[in-house]
Design a protein around this ligand. Structure first.
Ligand SMILES: Cc1cc2nc3c(=O)[nH]c(=O)nc-3n(C[C@H](O)[C@H](O)[C@H](O)COP(=O)(O)OP(=O)(O)OC[C@H]3O[C@@H](n4cnc5c(N)ncnc54)[C@H](O)[C@@H]3O)c2cc1C
Ligand SMILES: NC(=O)c1ccc[n+]([C@@H]2O[C@H](COP(=O)([O-])OP(=O)(O)OC[C@H]3O[C@@H](n4cnc5c(N)ncnc54)[C@H](OP(=O)(O)O)[C@@H]3O)[C@@H](O)[C@H]2O)c1
Ligand SMILES: Cc1cc2nc3c(=O)[nH]c(=O)nc-3n(C[C@H](O)[C@H](O)[C@H](O)COP(=O)(O)O)c2cc1C
Length: 579
């Protein structure tokens, strides 16, 4: 589209400023949202720049941050880049684009993140338009611990090609340590789309380093690469005696770290495996634990310490399963990876003797676990609180203990230091407008971020109304944070508190039943600008709550729920923190 000059010659600007302003206004008129960072970087002679739209699919904000960073880099390389939230892109809009970069994570079990669902579905629909004029490249963010690694990125990449778009450069799938791969992908994608800068290898490497340092700031605890050793302050069970659950309130001190978090963020916790499990494994392997072995960070340590702090003893890698498989087991290896833990596989073939260094080569690195932060720094300066459900169950005749939840429950006492880091979640934030109402649906441990939200809104004096829907098995034993919640209800900080006890009566009552009962009220809150938040179980609860929200809009609003809810998402008024 030609640039129409709208800033007159007589205006008090230098020619460069005028050119930039003309370009900026033209951009606003022709392209919708403009990214100011990219625009600033692209200041001179905008009309000579290549248009580039960088679209992010993101649940917790990583892809969004990388998209903004990519726009900044693109600005330095001859592009006029804008960043778009995928929820705001339709296939028709995509068909009008020339150059597009897609950066998307994957959630659930190979699913698109919430803000990517609509476009993902629309592009796979029979009436999806042809995208023959489009040049694109896709970067996937994912985690190789999931079977469907970067599936959402793979789907977009394949579907755009199927619809006639041209893949300008190859998709890159990034694991949790995404920095170097992302930077390499970006460099290649910009070059393929016509970057004006022919950057040499050395320069490219130093730019990648700059990019990496921008992605991972060096404050201890602000990234998983650089955790802070936080002393545990307390850990107490929130359930009463007789409960089937064990949910703990856990507090860490952040004193002296300089580490800050926002409500809605999660805390990454590096756990250790149980000493009993490590001892059993050492015995089965015929080792005394003192053998020197390499660990993923490149150093060497004793086998006992490596198995305790560095390697995952849960789900075995396919390589380990194959190595320990009976010669005649056929497809047994694949089955074992689904249902068995490492100890089961090793115990099944104790005669398979491997040198310790060869054994650890078959192990996956032990990963940190995320917990939604349940405190506000304003209410608890220098502290971070978590609400952790202990995972304990039996399988194949053996008691199983979730690594991190039972590490926190059984092996951490006041004073124990635990490596932690803040995992920011930009997509799960309180409204910027303190007068906006909020509706929070958080059964079970899903209460965590809402305790934080309520503390934050109390501390900041936010006047918007607060509505919490909470539930768990039994009122007598599972009313987590009962006293705090009832006190907030009494003094009006909680305008509404709706409770759903699933096992106090013959039929199940869940939070979504309360939503349906209160459909008219809930809809009137939404119409008054309320933000709707969901936290907790992803596999069942979050899906059912989403279906209930659709019903509420249809019944009480008498309108198409799909459009209404998509516009809530686009306005960031429907956010989920589900796991
Ligand atoms: C963004 C985010 C926020 C989170 N917030 C919280 C929070 O606030 N509070 C909280 O408690 N958790 C939270 N979690 C979950 C948490 O990260 C851990 O996944 C959880 O504590 C289990 O970790 P673990 O190491 O104890 O168990 P693991 O050793 O990882 O074992 C868990 C695995 O055990 C298996 N399993 C569990 N129960 C059974 C069963 N009954 N039968 C068979 N197999 C079973 C499943 O495969 C499960 O994946 C959050 C997760 C995410 C991603
Ligand atoms: N793998 C497992 O077996 C297992 C077991 C427990 C928890 N978890 C995981 O742990 C996390 C949170 O667990 P949690 O103990 O905090 O809470 P939770 O298990 O989600 O239970 C909290 C409350 O939600 C209810 N609930 C169950 N299904 C629901 C549905 N479809 N819709 C709405 N409410 C529903 C539960 O009722 P009822 O329990 O009475 O049905 C209970 O009252 C989740 O990720 C969950 O998947 C896993
Ligand atoms: C609950 C949950 C489910 C996930 N499922 C997958 C998955 O199926 N495949 C995958 O590759 N990554 C999966 N991931 C990893 C995320 O894609 C990865 O952490 C990504 O960096 C998040 O980026 P975002 O913050 O932009 O959403 C999952 C992460 C979480 C917390």
């Amino acid at each position: 589209m030609p640039t129409v000059p709208v800033i007159p010659e007589s205006a008090p600007f230098t020619p460069e400023q005028r050119a930039w302003l003309n370009g900026f206004v033209a951009g606003l008129l022709s392209r919708g949202p403009v990214n100011p960072i990219a625009q600033a970087a692209a200041a001179p002679a905008r009309e000579t720049l290549r248009p580039l739209t960088i679209i992010f699919g993101s649940q917790t904000g990583t892809a969004e941050s990388l998209a903004k960073l990519a726009a900044k880099e693109a600005g330095k390389n001859g592009f006029a880049a804008i960043v778009m939230d995928m929820v705001k892109i339709s296939p028709a809009k995509l068909a009008q684009e020339k150059n597009v970069l897609i950066i998307t994570s994957t959630y659930g079990d190979g699913d698109p993140p919430d803000n990517a669902k609509a476009l993902h579905a629309a592009l796979h629909a029979p009436d999806a338009p042809r995208l023959t004029g489009l040049n694109y490249s896709v970067c996937g963010l994912g985690d190789t611990n999931y079977i469907q690694f970067c599936q959402c990125a793979k789907n977009f990449d394949a579907q755009l090609e199927k619809l006639g778009a041209t893949r300008a450069s190859a998709r890159v799938d990034c694991d949790l340590d995404y920095e170097a791969k992302f930077a390499t992908w970006l460099k290649a994608a910009l070059a393929a789309l016509g970057s004006t800068e022919a950057t040499g290898a050395t320069e490219a490497q130093s730019e990648i380093s700059d990019l990496k340092s921008e992605i991972s700031p060096p404050v201890a605890g602000s990234s998983r690469k650089n955790p802070f050793s936080a002393p545990l302050l307390c850990s107490r069970v929130l359930n009463a005696t007789g409960s089937a659950k064990e949910v703990r309130h856990v507090e860490f001190s952040l004193e002296g770290s300089g580490l800050v978090y926002e409500t809605g963020d999660a805390l990454g916790v590096f756990p250790q495996n149980s000493p009993e499990l490590v001892a059993e494994l050492l015995t089965t392997l015929g080792c005394d634990g003192e053998e020197a072995v390499p660990v993923p960070n490149g150093t060497t340590t004793s086998l006992r310490h490596a198995l305790t702090a560095h390697y995952d003893l849960g789900k075995p890698s396919p390589e380990l399963v194959s190595r320990f498989a009976a010669p005649t087991s056929g497809g047994g290896a694949a089955t074992a990876t689904v249902v068995m833990h490492l100890i089961d596989v090793v115990l099944a073939r104790p005669e398979t003797r491997l040198a310790p260094v060869d054994f650890v080569r078959l192990l996956r690195p032990l990963q940190p676990r995320l917990y939604s932060i349940s405190s506000s720094l304003r209410a608890h300066p220098g502290q971070v609180h978590l609400t952790v459900g202990a995972v304990r169950y039996e399988a194949h005749g053996r008691a199983r203990h979730g690594v991190c939840s039972t590490f926190l429950a059984d092996r951490c006492t006041p004073g124990t230091t635990v490596p932690v880091y803040v995992h920011s979640n930009k997509a799960f934030k309180l409204p910027a407008d303190p007068s906006a109402p909020v509706i929070m649906v958080g059964p079970g441990t899903g209460i965590a971020p809402f305790r934080a939200f309520l503390q934050e809104r109390r501390a900041t004096g936010a006047k918007g109304k607060n509505w919490l829907l909470f539930g768990d098995q039994r009122e007598g034993t599972d009313f987590l944070y009962r006293d705090e919640l009832l006190a907030w209800q009494r003094d009006g900080h909680l305008a509404r508190l709706d409770l759903a006890w699933s096992r106090d009566q013959a039929e199940k009552i869940y939070v979504q039943n309360r939503m349906i009962e209160q459909a008219a009220e809930l809809y009137s809150w939404l119409e008054a600008g309320a933000y709707f938040y969901v936290c907790g179980d992803a596999s069942r609860m979050a899906k059912d709550v989403d279906a209930a929200l659709h019903k509420v809009v249809e019944r009480a609003g008498g309108k198409s729920a799909a459009d209404y809810i998509q516009s809530l998402q686009a306005a960031k008024r429907y956010a989920r923190d589900v796991y």
